[in-house]
Structure formats: C-alpha cells, structure tokens
Design a protein around this ligand. Structure first.
Ligand code: ADP
Ligand code: ASP
Ligand code: MG
Length: 407
C-alpha cells in the first residue's frame, strides 16, 4: 500500500464525462489499496476565460482581485470530482488551497509555496477518504488568496507529495508521457521512459509546458519520484522523472524544447564603455522584467550593438523604457521584434560530446533557416529564429538527431 498524489490537468477534467472517467480511475487506484490525494486543475479553457473576464473589466486588473477570481476555476472541479466520487460510494473530501493552508508568499499571480499543513489531510486519509485539493492556489500569511502561475497545479501536486512524503506523484494529462518534443508539432516524437531532473528542468524552463518548472524544481530538491501519464488511455508506464542514472548510456540529445513567448530588443550604435550593460539592464530590472538571452557585438566603427530577449508580455514596457532612456544612454536606435521563437536542444550527453552545435547549425542552414541568436550551456543549445520557422526548425532538428529512434 502506497500514498500516491495524483494530479489531473484541465483537459482531463474538461467535462462532467471526463470527471466521471477520472473518478473511476481514482477508485481503481484506491481498490488496489492505495491512499490517494488528488489535485485538480480548472476545467480546460476556464482559467483563460477568467483571465479575459478580468481584463475586460480592468487592464491590468488589481493583482489581489485577479487571484481571487482565477482561484475560482479549481473550486468548481474539486467539488464536482468529490461529488462524483461520493456518488460512486467512495468517501471523498474537497479542499481549497486556503482550507489546507497551502501557505505562500504574497507575490500575486506567481506566488511560491512556503508550507503546507498536513494535519487535516492525514486525518481524512486515516478515515479512508480520498482528499481532493484545488491546484494552483494558496493563501498568504495575511489570509489573501494567491495563485502560483499558469500551470501551477503541477507544483501544488509535487508540494503536497513532498509535505506528505508520498511514494509517488503522478501527473495525469492529455499525453502519455514526456516526449522528445511536443508531439503536436512533431508527430514522430518519441515518448521517453525516463528523463532525469536536470534535463526536465531545462526542458521546462526552455518552454516545454508539459510540467511547470517549479514542480520539477520541487521534485528534484526533495527527490519526489514524478511520473507523467495520460488520463485518456489505459495505464501505460508514462515517463518517470528521476535522478540521473550515471550507469546508463546517455543519449546525446534527450529532447527539443521551444518557446513562442519571447521578444527581442536591440540597441544600435552604443558607445563601447564600461558599465553600459549594467545601466540598460538596470532600467529593465527596475521594471521587474526578466531578461533571457543577451548578445553584445562590437561593430567595425567601434560602437556596440546590444540585443536581449524578454517575455512577450513585457515587450511593450521594455521597448518604452529603452526609448525613454535612449538619449541618456547614447544609443543611436532602438529596434524590437516580437516575431521570434527560441528552439533548444537539451541533453546531459552533450557534456561529453563535441560537434552538436555544428550539426544543429548545418541542419538549419540546409533548410534556409537563419539563426538570429545563439546561447549555450553545459547541457543545452538554444537558437532564436523567425517565428515562421518554428515547426520546420523543430522537425528538422528532430530528424537531424534521429530523435524518433531510441538511443
Ligand atoms: P494539463 O492541462 O494536463 O496540465 P498541459 O497542456 O499543461 O496539460 O501539458 C500537456 C501538453 O504539453 C501536451 O498536450 C503537449 O502538447 C505539451 N507538450 C509540450 N512539450 C511536450 C513534451 N516534450 N512532451 C509531451 N508533451 C509536451
Ligand atoms: N488552471 C491553471 C492554468 O490554467 C493551473 C493549471 O492548470 O495548472 O494555468
Ligand atoms: Mg499543465
């Protein structure tokens, strides 16, 4: 008998029929003798609907009230699922984040979990109940409702698994595991039986939305075995995310991630003097905008071109900041481009192999795809391209590295 945390995402609970299917799955696991804590997302499309509602009233909406609104989506699904379980003779109890004291900081819309009160959950489990908890939400020390950022139900599930020392955290979604890349873009993508935390962290941070990055950080830090499974198919083994297995032969590349959410800003004709980068990025940081890739290049005339990327949501603000400071920064021109994507190759096998970058660049060149920016780390290479090349670029690289075949 094990303690298992299961999380069902938006499409998995997207209709009352789907909720009935999920209830049956939970009951089947319980009949095998397991104790179950179940985390659910809002019904698919609901959080987007709530975001649009808020923005139609005030743009930007007050962050506190925005979180009060967004948290309602998950309250619908915890109650419906608990009703469906009880109607099938399975004792269940639903809880909002506040009710089980998922204590967070006060950073509305991107709060971090600080602590979870496990007493109530333990008491229910001891009475044989299935505990159903609303994902994506918590409460701060002052009692305000907070949310954890889009995709945050994954993090709720892993945090509960950590707090209650669960044997496994199972993330049920609409794909039957983590693939070499998004199977919606490359139908030949291959499901991975296993991926290590380090690679999954890179995949998530570079744009693979199958798991929220914080959930992987949590699982990695507290060594919670994490498994991604489909709620739409009969039980397969899914993908296990676990510590790196150093005895196994490493695949060169494990996966390809991409991100459509970035935009690029360029300052042309900058005087090349110490402190310039700190000055520009200081203005950007003051506006709480995170910078991703940065390139600086000295031109033939001795001036510098400085390019960096930010989240598309921050693009307009960043552009205005640069224009407002262009004169005092001594910049000739500010340019911006919202039509970019970032594609990244990820694999711990890269540490010990040379030549991956050249294979990547050659494959892209053969398709006539121009690379605008490049960045590398020990286990990843990222390139920025025009957005029209996203699908072609990902498919080309998937084929170039034979990712459809097992290593
Ligand atoms: P949920 O609503 O269950 O949380 P998400 O939409 O957040 O589901 O995540 C599942 C989706 O992630 C899949 O439908 C798939 O399109 C996408 N995805 C992106 N990259 C990958 C990948 N490498 N492997 C599997 N799915 C991926
Ligand atoms: N409902 C939230 C979202 O759509 C949280 C989640 O699904 O994980 O982002
Ligand atoms: Mg998700």
């Amino acid at each position: 008998m094990a303690l298992i945390v299961q999380k069902y995402g938006g499409t998995s609970v997207g209709s009352t029929e789907r909720i009935a299917v999920v209830a049956e799955k939970i009951i089947a696991a319980r009949n095998q003798g397991h104790d179950l804590i179940v985390v659910v997302s809002a019904m698919s499309g609901e959080t987007n609907r709530l975001v649009a509602l808020a923005k139609s009233v005030a743009d930007p909406p007050s962050p506190r009230e925005f979180d009060v609104l967004l948290a309602t989506g998950e309250q619908v699904t915890i109650s419906l699922l608990s009703m469906a379980l009880e109607a099938r003779g399975c004792p269940a109890r639903s809880y909002t984040g506040a009710q089980v004291h998922i204590l967070t900081d006060s950073a509305y819309t991107k709060a971090r979990i600080l602590d979870i009160d496990d007493q109530r959950i333990h008491a229910d489990l001891a009475q044989g109940k299935v505990v159903v908890v609303a994902g994506f939400q918590g409460i701060d020390a002052e009692g305000n409702i907070t949310t954890l950022g889009r995709g945050g139900s994954d993090t709720t599930a892993v945090a509960l698994a950590t707090a209650l020392k669960a044997d496994e955290c199972q993330i049920y979604t609409d794909v039957d595991g983590v693939y070499t890349t998004d199977p919606r873009v490359v139908p030949e993508a291959r499901r991975l039986d296993k991926i290590c935390f380090e690679e999954m962290l890179e995949m998530a941070s570079l744009g693979s939305k199958v798991l929220q990055i914080r959930s992987v950080e949590f699982a990695s830090k507290y060594k919670v075995p994490l498994r991604v499974l489909s709620s739409f198919t009969e039980e397969g083994q899914g993908t296990l995310i676990a510590p790196e297995d150093k005895t196994m032969e490493q695949a060169l590349i494990s996966g390809i991630a991409f991100n459509r959410d970035e935009a690029k800003l360029t300052l042309l004709g900058v005087q090349d003097s110490p402190g310039f980068a700190a000055q520009i990025l200081g203005h950007i940081a003051d506006a709480n905008i995170e910078v991703d890739m940065i390139i600086q290049n000295i031109g033939a005339d001795g001036t510098t071109d400085f390019t960096f990327t930010v989240h598309r949501n921050d693009y307009q603000t960043a552009f205005s900041i640069l224009q407002n400071h262009a004169k005092d920064l001594g910049v000739r021109e500010v340019q911006g481009d919202e039509h970019i994507v970032k594609i990244s190759l990820v694999g711990v096998g890269m540490r010990s192999h040379a030549g991956i970058a050249s294979t990547m660049f050659k494959a892209l060149a053969e398709e006539g795809i121009n690379i605008q920016m490049i960045s590398t780390s020990e286990i990843k290479i990222s390139v920025v391209l025009h957005e029209k090349y996203l699908e072609l670029g990902v498919r080309t690289l998937h084929a170039a590295f034979n990712l459809e075949q097992a290593a």
